[in-house]
Design a protein around this ligand. Structure first.
Ligand code: CDP
Ligand code: CDP
Length: 227
């Protein structure tokens, strides 16, 4: 291959996955793939059409034809569904509070996982989510499991969401704790640390420190390969 590797980053909400995955991708000139945005985009679409999670299997054919695009841009990634820009909508608390219910549906996961694997075929991908190291890319050369205390994760998310009216730290802490629970307890590819993943607790680290650590782990991998 082209000398590039794949980097898988999993962990609970607010651990720093997307911020750090994007930094690592920039540092290595790799492509960043935000799989959470794909589950959020599907949730936004289904919820808007009044389709409940238990009804998704009946409309799976329509769902599989949804055009979900992740478009890298100047100030972050844009997310489009059938050509419509839903970048802001998918970050709302409405979508956040529903996404883990839809993410339990096996048919939806199978479809998104196959799209994600295609995106990583040519290597040089930093992919973050919940099941990347365990299910999507079990052969990823570098696997990270990122955590932070739930208090710190809620505080980080609160700082980002303050422009959304009427949102309190308590609402965010509740959303995060409930999603963690659903993500860890679901039957199909639950959130868990892959056996060969490296645990990084980011509670007391800056994003730059964590990104440097992952880049250095990737270098170590390459050096071993050369031997
Ligand atoms: O950014 P945040 O950590 O809040 O969440 P996200 O990465 O955008 O993911 C939103 C939700 O999508 C998660 O809580 C999971 O329920 C689901 N998800 C998943 O099941 N598998 C993935 N690979 C990525 C996300
Ligand atoms: O993707 P995930 O939900 O795991 O987390 P994120 O959206 O990347 O991070 C949530 C917020 O925490 C962002 O505003 C980051 O800048 C911040 N963060 C931090 O303050 N320190 C870290 N070590 C990692 C993230």
């Amino acid at each position: 291959h082209n000398g590039k590797i794949n980097i898988a980053i999993d962990g609970p909400a607010g651990a720093g996955k997307s911020t750090i995955a994007r930094m690592v991708a920039n540092m290595l000139s790799y492509v960043y793939v935000d799989t959470g945005a794909m589950y959020r985009a599907a949730t936004w679409y289904l919820k808007n059409r009044g389709i409940e999670p238990e009804e998704v299997n009946e409309v799976l054919h329509t769902v599989q034809n949804l055009g979900i695009e992740l478009i890298p841009g100047e100030d972050g990634q844009q997310v489009h569904v059938n050509g419509q820009d839903v970048t802001a909508e998918i970050r709302s608390l409405t979508v956040s509070s529903q996404v883990s219910r839809y993410a339990q549906i096996e048919g939806l996961r199978t479809w998104l996982v196959s799209l994600q694997r295609q995106m990583a075929l040519r290597k040089g991908v930093v992919m973050d989510g919940r099941d990347i190291g365990t299910t999507v890319l079990p052969d990823a050369e570098v696997k990270i499991y990122m955590t932070a205390t739930v208090e710190e994760r809620a505080r980080r998310r609160f700082n980002e969401m303050q422009e959304q009216q009427g949102i309190t730290l308590e609402m965010i802490a509740r959303d995060i704790a409930e999603r963690d629970r659903l993500d860890q307890e679901r039957e199909v590819s639950p959130l868990r640390q892959a056996e060969d993943a490296i645990l990084l607790d980011t509670t007391h680290l800056t994003p730059q420190e964590v990104a440097n650590r992952i880049v250095s782990l990737s270098r170590t991998y390459w050096e071993r390969e050369q031997e």
